[in-house]
Design a protein. Structure first.
Length: 103
């Protein structure tokens, strides 16, 4: 079974026209993808919207599973805004690690 993060990474990579793009280029592709959607998605700040942008499950259960995958320390209540903020940051850092060219 593929991890949720692997599905996120696969979804983002499928949008990229070439490998090893800069962080700005990756964000530009994601922004362009979001602009084509009818629903306004704040993917740069919201883990729920990032998952929706990639057409992945954004339910509380899915986010809690993703938080477990990402090593969430559990200090804030599962599903809380604090956990979601932490999760978005952790996911974006990992995406940068796997998708972004390092000069």
């Amino acid at each position: 079974m593929t991890s949720i993060f692997d599905r996120i990474l696969s979804g983002i990579k499928s949008l990229l026209p070439k490998p090893d793009m800069t962080e700005a280029e990756v964000k530009e592709v994601l922004a362009a993808t979001a602009a084509k959607r009818e629903e306004k998605l704040d993917w740069e700040h919201s883990i729920v919207d990032l998952l929706k942008l990639l057409k992945l499950d954004s339910s509380r259960q899915a986010r809690e599973e993703l938080a477990d995958e990402m090593g969430y320390d559990g200090k804030a209540k599962p599903g809380s805004a604090e956990m979601n903020v932490w999760l978005h940051k952790a996911v974006m850092e990992e995406v940068a690690h796997y998708c972004v060219k390092v000069p």
